[in-house]
Design a protein around this ligand. Sequence first.
Ligand code: DC
Length: 233
Amino acid sequence: MQSTQHITIAIDGFSSCGKSTLAKALAKKMNYTFIDSGAMYRCVALYALKNGCALGAHKINLSCVVSSLPHIRIQFGKPDTKGNRPVLLNDEDVSDAIRQLEVANIVSEVAAIKEVREFLVQQQQNLGKNGGVVMDGRDIGTVVFPNAELKLFITAKPEIRAKRRFLELQAKGETNSIDEILENLKHRDRIDSTRAISPLTQAKDALVVDNSEMSETEQLEYVLNLVKNHTRA
Ligand code: DC
């Protein structure tokens, strides 16, 4: 039986379908390192927003974003008891700031820039080079870790995803409507799946998990079973 101690688990899928929640819980259970690659794209988007590179919702100044890259340092802090890792952008904790809708409104455009992807993919590969990692994103099983031992592709119905994001934002005091969130999700799905560089696609060897009807606990149990069966094979 192959040891589960140092495998790489790649989790990809659409926006707000619970990838990070799953990745975090899985990493905690397996004593692995959790890395939310979307948070890294959000950091670049937040930096772009703060530095005047955004030209409005869904519009950015490309050269402004690219020239910002050398000034951006992203780090993850130690996990708390729930497995959440603070996200640090140039030493500032931006864990909440990167979740705002203003950031969501430009992040797909930022993530479609070749130089941004090269900048972040290299850092992601470095963060996961020793294995024992659960990383979630859009291109983890296809580009970042094409040789990951276990690849999962997570999906859920758009309306269910919007409702989950709505509740998450509401708990943080944000007042966006479900319709507004659904619109943003569909927009991001479209850009993420159709962009020229590393579009969101299911890796050929990924296992698909539709969690529309699963609770977080059910999903975790289901995936832990997949891990067990996979490492037994
Ligand atoms: O997972 P998320 O919603 O926090 O991701 C934010 C954005 O970053 C999303 O629009 C897609 C993009 N992204 C990406 O292109 N590649 C990744 N590996 C992770 C996220």
